[in-house]
Design a protein around this ligand. Sequence first.
Ligand SMILES: C[S@@+](CC[C@H](N)C(=O)[O-])C[C@H]1O[C@@H](n2cnc3c(N)ncnc32)[C@H](O)[C@@H]1O
Ligand code: SF4
Ligand code: SF4
Length: 387
Amino acid sequence: MVIYEHGSWRSRWSRLWKRLFHIIGPNLSVRRTVNILTMAADRAFLRPQVRGRPFTMYLEISSVCNLRCPGCLSHDKSYHARLMPLEEFWQILDHYAPYLVDLELYGWGEPFLNKQIFDMIRYAKRCCLFVRTSSNFNCFEPGDHERIVRSGLDQINASIDGVSPDTYEQYRIGGSLEVALDNLRKLIETRKRLGAKRPIVEWQFIVSRINYKEIESVKKLATETGVDILRLDLPFSLPHIDEVNDPTAELRWLADDPDFRQWANTFRPDAYACARACSYLWSSLQVDAEGQVNPCPNRIGSKVQCGLATSRPLRDIWNQALFVEGRKLFAAKPEAPPSFHGPCRECKEGMQPWKAIWPELVDVSPERHENIKQLDCPPKIRPRDAS
Ligand SMILES: C[S@@+](CC[C@H](N)C(=O)[O-])C[C@H]1O[C@@H](n2cnc3c(N)ncnc32)[C@H](O)[C@@H]1O
Ligand code: SF4
Ligand code: SF4
């Protein structure tokens, strides 16, 4: 078992290896290779107008969930609640797959509530994509473990953030630790019984103030269950639970250990969690359960709908003003403050150098979003963001 830990070289190398060999390796075509290299160059120079297409796609095949984790959009009244039909999935994949290498089959919701997921995975594998999904492991039906293995799924994340029911249920509200662990064990047993190597099973334990005390126990339990990867380095995100602007949130959610505090102090207007440019804008996008393009799978991005995923060529979708102006926010040496007031401006995921130069202009009041209505293809902003 590999443990992904914050700041560990072993963890960084094994993740790089995974990306290079598991994701990119077997799925490369000339077109995909050229596209990735093109995008790497665009990203290196932080070009606002890009020449390539997204090579990773987050596809929200379900935006409904059986659990109620705090602040999750899947149970927010302003968000849609839909299972994507298989026919729509086919159309979207036909449009995107020639340039994709990596399909992340989840968004805000539980993907296994969409019972067509197994056919979707099979179709994506026929398109030669690395297919990964993330689940709360609380809604499998009898036979699903075998269906998962037989579908050809490459990787599955088990979102289990506790090793005692009390800890687990404080965040995964409505979930059962016993059920999640039982499903995890059954999946690994089934994979062994069928003599399969996939899916790679990753136990994702998002470290917070609530479960910090269980880090040593989860390492032991993960080894016993036989998962391939234990992931301890995914930062607990305050925007994810809609508390990024609350200065008291870190006291409730973030552990005291600096390794798990990337989202500390981010209530400040010019703050950021990661000292790099946003990676989504030069690599990926999300298609939500209504078939609409969103700039990214994060909370702010998921609330912006930029048109039907199959309505326009990919390059046009990715070079519409919302994306181009969003990328400009990451210019290393901006000559003037940005005049555009789109959603990326209020995002605190990556470092936007202009905010340190003109802190007085960091105005994130939602009414500024009015500006984006003037765009050629105005994105739809959900009511809570636009009001
Ligand atoms: C919205 S969930 C949808 C998939 C599935 N329902 C699940 O929970 O795994 C997408 C991803 O967000 C992760 N997530 C949930 N809460 C989070 C938080 N506070 N910070 C960072 N990631 C979080 C989940 O573990 C999951 O991998
Ligand atoms: S994080 Fe996942 S399991 Fe939790 S409510 Fe959201 S979609 Fe459901
Ligand atoms: S800047 Fe933020 S909102 Fe914009 S695409 Fe990146 S992560 Fe999403």
